[in-house]
Design a protein around this ligand. Structure first.
Ligand code: CAA
Ligand code: NAI
Length: 717
C-alpha cells in the first residue's frame, strides 16, 4: 500500500543507530485516529525504504502505548487508511517491527502490536481487547491473530470478557516475547531490537501461525456460557463466533468475516448505548460547580451507626486506605459492627482482593470503635448511617456540629430524608452533604452525592473525591424525596404494581424485566431488600397521600402475614431452606385475586411488550421530571445512576438513552394513552413534551451540558 495521505506529525520517525523509532504522540491515550493511521503508514513505508534502518520500534509517548481506535471517530464514516489494512502493512514489512509497550495496549493498540513481528513490554504494562465493552468486536484482526498466537482457549478467555492482563501473564500466554527489566520503554525496545538484529531473528507473523486444533465442543461450551452471562448483549457472543471462524478458515477469509461482523455491530443500538455509557462514565464528575475546585483533605473518616450501611461504608473506606472511627450506641452494637466489618474484610482476603497483612492492619490499627462522639474530633469527613428518622438524624448532626473540627465534611447517608432540613440544625450548613451509598455498601458501585442548597463547592468536590478513593461511581443529585435513583424506582415500581393488579402477576413482570436484561426483576429485588422497608415507608407517607393516587393493598396484606421476603423465607417468592433464588409464592396470586374482586377490577390482557412499555414509560417519564427539576444535571446522570445502582443493562445505555432509541414521541404517546385510565399517575413530564415538540433528544441535552434551567443550578455555585 502506498501512502499518499497528508502527514500530521503525530507519529515521529527517528533513527537511533540502525533502529528506526516511531513514536505515537496523540494525547491523552494515543488513540489510532485518522491522523495517527496516516502517519504510521507513511513511517512504515519510510522504514521499508530506509537502508540504514535494520529494525523498527513502535512506541507510545506519554503514559500508554496505544489505547485503541479513536472511539469518537466511530460515529463518522470509516476513512482510509483503515486500521486493518495498516496493520496488514506493518505485518508485511520485510524487516522486523517491534512493539515496545508500556501503560496499556488496548483494542486496536494491541491489534497493532499483534501486527508487529515482536512485542516487548515493561513491568506494569497491560494488554487486552476491551472492544466487547463497547458493543463491538476487535475489528482490526484481533479475533484472527490473537487465537493464532495464544491458542483458542486463551483467546476465548480474553476477547469475550474484554479482560486486561498484566505483562507477566501476557508473556506466559505468548503475547509478549519479553518483559523487560528496564523502566524506560524506549530503552527496553532498543535492547530488544538489538538482539533481533544481532541474532538475525526470523520475522514472526501472527497471521501465518497455526494454533493447536481444539474440539468443536470448546466453542459450543464457550458460546453457551457467554450467552448466559451476556443477558442479551450481542458482542460477547459475536466475539466467540469470530474466534471460531479463525479455527475454520484461512486468515484472509477470517479477516473479511471479522470486518463484516465488526461493521454490523458498529451500526447497532447496543454499540451506541455502550459508547454513550463509556463517555457518560467520564462526564459524571465534570461539573461546572467543582471545575478547578480542590477537595478538602481526606485521610480519616468517621461513620455513625454500624448497621447494614454503616458497617458496609466503613468496610469500603478501610479497604481503600482510609482510617475509620465508627460510633455506635453501645458496646454490644459496636461489637456487632466490628464482627460485620471483620467478616467483610475476611471475605475480601479469601477472594484474594486483600492481603492477610492488610487485614490485620485494618482491624488492629485503621479501625477505631467508640460510643463517644468526641472521638470524631479529628475526622476529615463523617458519614451518618443511623436509623431513617429525621429526629434521630437531627440529633446526630447537632452533636456533630459540637465535636467535629472546623472544615470537617458532615454527610448523611439518608435514603429519602431532606438534607436541607438536616443541614439546618447545624451552624455550618455549607459543610453538610448527602452521600447516598447503596447496599451492600462495600460492593455496590453507585454513590449519589446529594448537594443541598447551602453545600459549599469544595464539599461537593470532597464527596466526589471520597467516591474516587472508595472506587465508586459518584453521581451528582439534588435534594428531593429519593434523590435520583429511589425517586425513579418508586415510580416504576408503582407502574409495575398497577400492571400486576390490572393485568398480570409479579412473576410475569419479573420475567419481562429479566428478558430486558436486568439481573433481577423488581419483585425479586423487593424480596431481597425486605418488604418491611416499603411497608414502613407506605405507612409513613399515608397521611400525605393524594386521594387521586391509586393505592394497592396486596403488598400490605403480604407484610401483615409476616412475609418480608428472603429474610423470612417468604415474600413474592418462597425460599426453601435458605435458598437465595426462590420459587413463585402462589398465595400472592390469591391475595391479588381478592384485591381485584374487592375493587371490581376486570383483568386486562397485556402482552409482554405492553408490560415493558408501561414499565419503561413510567421510568423515563419520572427520569425526565428529575432532569427537568435539576435533581439530575443531565440525562446521562440518570442513565449512570440506573446502571450502577439498579441493574439497568449497560448495553441499553440507561433509560434516557433507551428512550432516545425507542423514540421520545412514541413514549409520550404511550403516556398519554395510559393517562386515559389514570390521569393522576401518568402526567407527562414537561421536559418530555418540550423535547418532542422541538424534535430534540436526551442525547442532545447531554451534548448541551444539561437542560438550560438545570445548568444554572450547577453554575450558580
Ligand atoms: N478513543 C478516544 N478517546 C479515548 C479513548 C479512545 N480509545 N480512550 C480514552 N479516551 C479518552 C477518554 O474519553 C478521556 O477523555 P476526556 O479526558 O475528554 O474525558 C481521556 O481519553 C482519558 O481517558 P480516561 O479518563 O479513561 O483515562 P484513564 O487514564 O483512567 O484510562 C484508558 C485510560 C485505560 C486507556 C481508558 O481510557 C480506556 O480503557 N480506554 C478505552 C480503551 C478501549 O476501549 N479501546 C478499544 C477501542 S475500540 C477499538 O480499538 C476497535 C478496533 O478493534 C479497531
Ligand atoms: P440499620 O438499622 O441496619 O443500622 C442503623 C444503626 O445505627 C444501628 O446499628 C443503630 O444501633 C445505629 N444507631 C442508631 N442511632 C444511633 C445514634 N444516635 N448513634 C450511633 N448509632 C446509632 O440501618 P441501615 O439499613 O444501615 O440504614 C442506615 C441509614 O442508611 C438509613 O438512613 C437508611 O435509610 C440508609 N440507607 C439504607 C440502605 C439499605 O439498603 N439498608 C441503602 C441506602 C441508605
Amino acid at each position: 500500500m502506498s501512502s499518499s495521505f497528508q502527514s500530521s506529525g503525530q507519529v515521529s520517525y527517528e533513527l537511533n543507530g540502525d533502529v528506526a523509532v516511531m513514536t505515537v504522540s496523540n494525547a491523552p491515550v494515543n488513540a489510532l485516529s485518522h491522523a495517527v493511521r496516516v502517519d504510521l503508514l507513511a513511517n512504515i513505508e519510510k522504514f521499508e525504504e530506509d537502508a540504514t534502518a535494520k529494525a523498527a520500534i513502535i512506541v507510545g509517548a506519554g503514559k500508554v502505548f496505544i489505547a485503541g481506535a479513536d472511539i469518537r471517530e466511530f460515529k463518522r464514516p470509516a476513512t482510509q487508511p483503515h486500521l486493518p489494512d495498516l496493520i496488514d502493512r506493518i505485518e508485511a514489512c520485510s524487516k522486523p517491527v517491534i512493539a515496545a509497550i508500556h501503560g496499556v495496549a488496548l483494542g486496536g493498540g494491541l491489534e497493532a502490536a499483534l501486527g508487529c513481528h515482536f512485542r516487548v513490554g515493561v513491568k506494569g504494562a497491560k494488554v487486552g481487547l476491551p472492544e466487547v465493552h463497547l458493543g463491538i468486536i476487535p475489528g482490526a484482526g484481533g479475533t484472527q491473530r490473537l487465537p493464532r498466537l495464544v491458542g483458542y482457549e486463551k483467546a476465548l478467555e480474553m476477547i469475550p470478557s474484554g479482560a486486561q492482563i498484566g505483562a507477566v501473564d501476557a508473556k506466559a500466554a505468548g503475547i509478549l516475547d519479553d518483559v523487560s527489566d528496564e523502566n524506560d520503554v524506549l530503552a527496553a525496545g532498543l535492547t530488544f531490537a538489538r538482539s533481533v538484529i544481532d541474532n538475525s531473528m526470523p520475522l514472526r507473523r501472527c497471521s501465518e501461525l497455526v494454533a493447536p486444533a481444539v474440539d468443536a465442543s470448546v466453542f459450543v461450551a464457550a458460546k453457551a456460557a457467554v450467552t448466559k452471562r451476556a443477558r442479551g448483549q450481542m458482542s460477547p457472543v459475536v466475539c466467540v463466533e469470530a474466534i471460531e471462524i479463525a479455527s475454520k478458515t484461512s486468515f484472509a477469509d477470517g479477516m473479511a468475516k471479522e470486518r463484516e461482523m465488526f461493521m454490523e455491530l458498529k451500526s447497532s443500538d447496543q454499540h451506541r448505548a455502550l459508547s454513550h455509557a463509556f463517555f457518560a462514565d467520564r462526564a459524571l464528575g465534570k461539573l461546572p460547580e467543582i471545575d478547578g475546585i480542590a477537595p478538602r483533605k481526606l485521610d480519616a473518616i468517621g461513620v455513625i451507626g454500624g448497621g447494614t450501611m454503616g458497617a458496609g461504608i466503613a468496610t469500603g473506606a478501610l479497604m481503600n486506605g482510609l482510617a475509620v472511627t465508627l460510633i455506635e450506641r453501645d458496646e454490644d452494637a459496636l461489637a456487632r459492627a466490628k464482627a460485620t466489618i471483620a467478616k467483610n474484610i475476611g471475605g475480601a482476603v479469601k477472594k484474594g482482593k486483600l492481603s492477610a497483612e492488610k487485614e490485620q492492619h485494618i482491624l488492629e490499627e485503621a479501625l477505631s470503635l467508640s460510643t463517644d462522639y468526641a472521638s470524631l474530633g479529628e475526622a476529615d469527613l463523617v458519614v451518618e448511617a443511623v436509623f431513617e428518622d429525621i429526629d434521630v438524624k437531627k440529633q446526630v448532626f447537632q452533636q456533630l456540629d459540637k465535636v467535629c473540627k472546623a472544615g470537617a465534611v458532615l454527610a448523611t447517608n439518608t435514603s429519602y430524608l431532606d438534607v436541607n432540613a438536616i443541614a439546618a440544625v447545624t451552624n455550618r450548613p455549607e459543610d453538610v452533604i448527602g452521600l447516598h451509598f447503596f447496599s451492600p455498601a462495600h460492593i455496590m458501585r453507585l454513590l449519589e452525592v446529594v448537594v443541598a442548597d447551602k453545600t459549599a463547592p469544595d464539599v461537593i468536590a470532597t464527596g466526589f473525591q471520597l467516591g474516587k478513593i472508595m472506587r465508586k461511581v459518584a453521581v451528582r443529585a439534588g435534594v428531593c424525596d429519593g434523590f435520583i435513583g429511589n425517586r425513579i424506582l418508586a415510580t416504576y415500581r408503582a407502574a409495575a404494581d398497577a400492571v400486576v393488579v390490572d393485568a398480570s402477576s409479579p412473576f410475569e413482570v419479573d420475567d419481562v424485566m429479566l428478558e430486558f436484561g436486568f439481573p433481577m426483576g423488581p419483585y425479586a429485588v423487593a424480596d431481597l431488600a425486605g418488604l418491611d422497608i416499603g411497608w414502613a415507608t407506605r405507612k409513613r407517607k399515608a397521611p400525605s397521600r393524594d386521594p387521586r393516587e391509586r393505592y394497592f393493598t396486596f403488598a400490605d396484606r403480604m407484610c401483615e402475614q409476616g412475609w418480608f421476603g428472603q429474610k423470612t423465607s417468604k415474600g413474592y417468592y418462597v425460599y426453601e431452606d435458605g435458598a437465595r433464588k426462590g420459587t413463585p409464592n402462589p398465595e400472592v396470586l390469591t391475595i391479588l385475586a381478592k384485591e381485584r374482586m374487592e375493587n371490581d377490577i376486570a383483568t386486562q390482557n397485556l402482552s409482554k411488550e405492553q408490560i415493558l412499555d408501561r414499565y419503561m414509560a413510567a421510568m423515563v417519564n419520572e427520569a425526565a421530571k428529575v432532569v427537568e427539576e435539576g435533581i439530575a444535571l443531565r440525562p446521562l446522570d440518570v442513565d449512570m445512576t440506573l446502571i450502577y445502582g439498579y441493574g439497568f443493562p449497560r448495553w441499553r445505555g440507561g433509560p434516557m438513552q433507551y428512550a432516545d432509541q425507542v423514540g421520545l414521541d412514541k413514549i409520550l404517546n404511550n403516556i398519554k394513552e395510559y393517562a386515559r385510565d389514570d390521569a393522576y399517575f401518568w402526567q407527562p413530564a414537561k421536559l418530555l413534551e418540550e423535547l418532542v415538540s422541538t424534535g430534540k433528544t436526551f442525547g442532545d441535552l447531554n451534548a448541551e451540558g444539561g437542560n438550560n434551567s438545570v445548568k444554572k443550578v450547577s453554575e450558580k455555585a
